[in-house]
Ligand binder design. Structure first.
Ligand SMILES: Cc1cc2nc3c(=O)[nH]c(=O)nc-3n(C[C@H](O)[C@H](O)[C@H](O)COP(=O)(O)OP(=O)(O)OC[C@H]3O[C@@H](n4cnc5c(N)ncnc54)[C@H](O)[C@@H]3O)c2cc1C
Length: 374
């Protein structure tokens, strides 16, 4: 949009958190620059079920996922590794939309409002109260503030030597879209030994199947096809799915090293949003809502406190960190607990027996990992 190389804010990473932050600031007339390494649209490993809690906020930014065909989802089904089901109505509900379309919807709303560079950021240096960002193409950009929205694991995390990068993570994620007869209004979570697989419809009518698995359980089979046929298919619901569903992708998308370790919401003076600040266990179906909510928290705080030449950086960092922890700590804790129960055969058996007896517990458990409408 312009030839300048200095902005109020540079946002690194244009997933949901980064796009929302850039859009929120841009519509409030701040000078913002987004740097994203990939062109839109593109598919991402994600369950693609989004909690309705984000709808009012998205609407306030002029974004309406339902207008591009997102499916309303109000029912939840969970099965244990043997396929025994528990069904519930979702307390707040959500919608099914592919990341291909969702991220692109935000990008289209943003693209004429701000400067966007499609480059990979390599270095972020904070010196003399300003940031200098260098990309792989040696483009150098400057800003008063930087927002880190670079997702679960990025070269920037390595550059910043963030603590969670020092440990290997045992989790991998696999996803693809399929042609399969599945209700529009349902999100299903089917457990298998070493992981769980979510199924839900997207705006195209395709069913998204996305699973999280331990590397240990996957390693025994060595490839996706054998893993799905021999391990996931021990759950009869997944057996029926993988036998009959016709894949739309040439091959599934995969990611590894998914870390659920604690991160800091502000590091090296960079305000982290979305997965860069912390990742909730995917079974909660709340990571995208958290990414969008953290963008809202940062942007609201920033708009309120930033007055050119007259801001207190330390106070801003403290306020954002406090707000982030107040909003998300409990959800992250609940998600961690639920994942531990589900993936432990004995605890899972006891847990399923308990909710079978008291089905009203299911919406209560879901509420623990979700927020209120924004
Ligand atoms: C298996 C699995 C299933 C999930 N299912 C669900 C679900 O059903 N519902 C839900 O709500 N959440 C789900 N989640 C969580 C959800 O996907 C994330 O919380 C969400 O994508 C976070 O958005 P984000 O913007 O923080 O990160 P991302 O969407 O990952 O965006 C980060 C962006 O940063 C860019 N980037 C990285 N490094 C650089 C760099 N150096 N320079 C420039 N750009 C860079 C990347 O290209 C990317 O576009 C799931 C997660 C997993 C792993």
């Amino acid at each position: 949009m312009t030839n300048k190389n200095k902005w109020d804010v540079i946002v690194i990473g244009g997933g949901l958190a980064g796009l929302t932050t850039a859009l929120h600031l841009a519509v409030n007339n701040f000078s913002v620059c987004l740097v994203e390494k990939n062109k839109y649209p593109n598919h991402k490993v994600c369950g693609e079920y989004v909690s309705n809690e984000v709808l009012p906020y998205l609407k306030s930014l002029g974004i309406d996922p339902i207008s591009v065909g997102a499916k309303y989802i109000s029912k939840f089904e969970i099965t244990d590794t043997k396929g025994n089901p528990i069904k519930a109505t979702l307390p707040l509900g959500g919608f099914g939309i592919s990341r291909y379309t969702f991220d692109n919807l935000l990008f289209e709303a943003l693209k004429n409002k701000t400067d966007i560079f499609f480059e990979t950021v390599e270095k972020v240096i904070f010196e003399e109260n300003q940031f200098q960002i260098t990309t792989q193409n040696k483009t150098v950009l400057f800003a008063d503030f930087v927002v880190g929205a670079f997702g679960k694991r990025s070269n920037i995390d390595a550059f910043l030597n963030r603590k969670f990068m020092q440990k290997n993570s045992p989790w991998l994620g696999i996803k693809a879209h399929y042609d399969y007869d599945f209700p529009d209004d349902t999100v299903a979570l089917h457990n298998f030994n070493g992981g769980y697989c979510g199924l839900s419809k997207t705006e195209t009518g395709a069913v998204n199947a996305c699973y999280l698995a331990t590397f240990k359980s996957f390693k025994k089979y060595g490839n996706i096809e054998a893993f799905q046929k021999q391990e996931l298919s021990k759950n009869p619901l997944l057996d029926e799915f993988f036998k009959n569903a016709r894949p739309y992708f040439d091959k599934p998308l995969t990611i590894s090293q998914i870390s659920f370790q604690e991160k800091k919401p502000v590091e090296n003076h960079i305000f982290m949003v979305g997965d860069s600040a912390g990742l909730i266990h995917p079974l909660c179906g709340n990571g995208m809502a958290m990414a969008i909510r953290s963008a809202q928290i940062f942007s609201g705080m920033f708009i309120q406190l930033f007055q050119k030449g007259d801001y207190d950086r330390t106070a801003m960092e403290q306020q954002y960190a406090n707000q982030w922890h107040n909003e998300f700590d409990e959800r992250l804790k609940a998600g961690k607990f639920i994942q531990r129960v589900l993936l432990n055969p004995n605890l899972s058996k006891a847990g399923f027996a308990m909710v079978k007896k008291f089905p009203s517990l299911v919406p209560k458990i879901i509420q623990k990992t979700h927020g209120s409408p924004l």
